[in-house]
Design a protein around this ligand. Sequence first.
Ligand code: RFL
Ligand code: PHB
Length: 409
Amino acid sequence: MATEQPAAEVPARTGVGIVGAGPAGLFLAHLLGLAGIDSVVVERHSRRHVEERIRAGVVEHGIAELLESGGVGDRMRREGLVHHGIELRFGGAGHRIAMSELTGGKAITVYGQQEIVKDLIAARIESGGPLVFEAEALAIEGVDGPSPAVRYRLEGRERVLSCDVVAGCDGFHGISRAAVPAGAAIEYQREHPFGWLGILARVAPSTEELIYCRHERGFALHSMRSPELSRFYLQVAPDEPLESWPDERIWAELRLRLSTTGDWSLADGPILERSITAMRSFVLEPISFGSLHLAGDAAHIVPPTGAKGMNLALADVHDLAGSLTALLVEGDEGPLEAYSKRCVRRAWQAQEFSTFMTTLLHPLPGDDFGNRLQLARLEQLVGSADAARHLSERYVDLASTATTGGGRS
Ligand code: RFL
Ligand code: PHB
């Protein structure tokens, strides 16, 4: 398959070598370009693969503003669905959490991660900045010195990209973390005893706002991508084979879990995509090592219940772009020195919220006490404006506010 960037034209030297063209790597390249800083992005997969990979769907209030102020938010503002509340459903009844009312008017935007990725790729190509698909990074070398390098394979040949700085934006399964010197960081992690079966279906959503549903049979989420496309998730065992979930079983299970005592019903339609994801929480601390800086899922991952992963990734690289600009344009090392500390703080705030949402909504087989506690907590959330406000503040706008305990970073 052809690369977007002819191999002969890929520079051998750049300011910032970026590994990975997910939301983190692409937004970083874009912001650096705006500041006049050269970068090269190397991405293992094809353009088509990264543009079609279905993942996140919720963009926080402050993160939508960051995309917009970077000049890559126009289509999101036109086509994204602005939501002012979510529904918590349990015990057969729905309860609206009026997030905008509770947060002084903030809202989330429902807009697919792959749409953000498409917008960022289009912006990068328009700017003429190097973005190399089907270029697999093999190793990052020399992070202790002033001229680190990314070794990568393109069209069957190994190449070297020399840089001033390397940004590891290659997700949880990337190679950047392997370049972290032995003993230089601590890994904190937790495996969750369930996974999510996710589907995308061609059917109008049966709800105007997202429904987070706790049911004795397991968690269910009704989300969406557009007025014609619905997205659903079901809590399943972490090692559940996808083959044991034919279409009829998925719809029957969604109907059971989402059922209410009222007259709500769920419309079904053709399933366009399905996958099962295990759930993990992970934080690396610190995330800067000499001239290597990690960002996004390469540095930390959260279970998707809080809808924070992509937002964190975008917040990290917004911070990293500002810090690199201070260093490479103004010669000020201060912001980059504290980059890791700010990101780790933000990551733990996101972990706290994601763990809260995950343990609130996923019943565990056999844990009668814990399962009963979930109901008590849900009752508090829908019965107390203070509890609902605390949830809303963290749900609508955590990633762009979490480094300073309230103010923008
Ligand atoms: P990505 O998106 O994984 O991108 C990393 C890129 O690096 C490439 N790569 C390499 N390239 C070159 N050489 C190598 N050796 C490489 N190794 C890897 C990969 O091909 C890839 O293109 O990481 P990034 O940019 O940090 O972005 C993170 C987000 O993708 C992730 O946090 C979110 O998708 C998480 N997430 C959600 N986040 C939200 O904010 N809101 C949500 O509603 C939300 N829902 C979700 C989610 C994640 C989910 N899954 C599938 C885990 C729902 C689900 C089901
Ligand atoms: C999604 O639409 O993919 C989505 C929405 C909310 C979440 C996770 C995923 O918490």
